[in-house]
Design a protein around this ligand. Sequence first.
Ligand SMILES: NC(=O)c1ccc[n+]([C@@H]2O[C@H](COP(=O)([O-])OP(=O)(O)OC[C@H]3O[C@@H](n4cnc5c(N)ncnc54)[C@H](OP(=O)(O)O)[C@@H]3O)[C@@H](O)[C@H]2O)c1
Length: 338
Amino acid sequence: MSELLETARVTLFGSRNAGKNSFEPACDIPSLACKVVLITGAAGDLGRQTAVELARHGRPARIYVADLPRDADAKRGVIERIQHEARSDDGSNDGKYEATDVRFLDLDLTVFESVQKCAAEFLAQEERLDIVVLNAGIISNRVGTTKEGYEKHFGLNYLGHALLLRLLLPLILSTVQQQVDGDARVVVVSSEGHAVAPAGGIQFAKLKTDCADMSYAQRYGQSKLALIGLARELAQRYPSLTTASVHPGRILTGMATALSKESLLVRLTAPLAPLVCVSVVIGIKNHLWAATSPDVVSGKYYEPVGVPDKESNDAKNPDLSRRLWEWTDQELQLAGLL
Ligand SMILES: NC(=O)c1ccc[n+]([C@@H]2O[C@H](COP(=O)([O-])OP(=O)(O)OC[C@H]3O[C@@H](n4cnc5c(N)ncnc54)[C@H](OP(=O)(O)O)[C@@H]3O)[C@@H](O)[C@H]2O)c1
């Protein structure tokens, strides 16, 4: 029955996640033994399932869930859920499954000090970092700014992540050198929504405002465009790394729930959403592919799984990503963070 529905959905609306649909986590995720992974927003739907699949099939030594602070019980709940789900479908059931050590790091991407503390806490615990998935994100139709005054999508989705990455970069680079296969990854979770960024791309003069003159889709799009630029520029500047930006598809997750609380239009169109959305398990294939596949070309944007070059012209513009990198350096230096 579900296959029938999927066929009807694809016939009517096209396949949202075609591409390398043949990517199967159980077969295609290689051993990640001894590796260390950090995923932001991994208490949320896509990040958590990414952690589950990596733990289930790759069994890295440790996975760090970096997400908004919560009480000790809630943190334990997140960790236990990932470990339980990774174990329950493991299939071996031979009692030999060694659960990946999952740890929670407090991270509020809207506050520079919190990002610094998160990086410091991680660096105090680890001597390697093999895979980073910059996954946390929001979409909201309410205007607002981060603690340091940046438009809230841009400040959280892009700038907080850019700071976290800069602080972790020396360890990621040294991890490449430590390894025989020389593989360290940065996966940047963008969105097809990047194409809705304001005309001309990133509005540098407005980034330290609430950008109230833009639609919320443009504010979200601007931040997601910046993330594609981050992945590309990172690849250019650090060729020893493998980086990729990805669109996961359209998936009903916590983001949609949060937006529906704010938007009548989203609530009214909610009954149609299942027709144009894919499941979380399908949605994270691009995260997993970018984090593990030998076929990733560093710096590229992939939408859907493993299909490059579908980004907007602004996202392809090397001058824009170079300017963004320089702007970011300047902002972080002015704030005394680099
Ligand atoms: N779902 C889609 O259709 C879709 C499409 C394209 C791209 N994406 C991208 O996929 C990524 C994952 O989203 P999702 O769909 O899994 O949504 P989600 O379930 O809402 O997950 C987002 C995660 O980000 C966390 N987060 C929110 N504010 C934060 C902050 N200030 N600091 C640190 N973490 C914060 C959330 O924490 P709380 O739960 O505690 O708020 C949550 O764990 C996002 O970057 C999103 O833009 C999603």
